[in-house]
Design a protein around this ligand. Sequence first.
Ligand code: G3H
Ligand code: ZN
Length: 283
Amino acid sequence: MLVTGRELLQDAHKNNYAVGAFNVNNMEIVQAIIEAAEEMNSPVILQASQGGLKYAGVEYIAALGKLAAEKAKVPVVLHLDHGTDFDQVMLCIRNGFSSVMIDGSRFDLEGNIEITKKVIEVAHAVGVSVEAELGKIGGTEDHITVDAKDATFTDPDEAKRFVDETNVDYLAIAVGTAHGVYKGEPKLDFDRIKTIKGMLNMPLVLHGSSGVPDEAIKKAVANGINKINIDTDLRIAFADGIKQFLKENPDNIDPRKILTPAKDGMKEAVKEKMVLFGSVGRA
Ligand code: G3H
Ligand code: ZN
């Protein structure tokens, strides 16, 4: 069933676990994530980035996501990931997304508050939940790149003001993770997560979570993270499945045969994340 992000993440916030938000671009990926969620009896968030929407078309992603949610035995959120543009966010709301992210992190605090408030006024009027980002997360997510030198951690006092003024449903904070593949081991600022959680008492979001060691993810959840975004690790699992299959069957030309091991590999990766995040059995 399709549910709002607010409903799903408030439960995670109250019960100290996190829900995986996995990036989707096509039917096989949607099916892999939903099958994993059903087998683990876990709530789940299907999210599409602007790059994903450009690739598949917003109508296709919306149709796939809504159908998957309708048929699923677990609660499913259909979410826009890193929406940077007001019109793009509105298009997703119009197409039936139950949650959207407005990423105004490239603006100063005032500008970020302004665009977030504008989105929330419309989204909340039609029952759609909103995620915003404060601080700057490094690395590359599709077309958005933030150099390591420009990445800045979220300031707890600014976060308090941001939430009071915008009434955002969940907040993405910058605490040491980065989008994409890590060169060294990421160092997370767990105290900062805890401080922000204590001041805001609301669901918090961790981006750039692929490649973060399991122990660090567990500690981040224990300190207050309730939504964990995963893209790169699923891409790796999907690509590995294809590479392996074609290595063993170089003459095969059937897309169904080629994509099945990719889907299966991704499904296993999603299940492992659900165990790590503590969302198993929470549906
Ligand atoms: O918004 C999407 C995520 O933050 C994904 O980051 O590719 O490092 O897993 P990742
Ligand atoms: Zn992200």
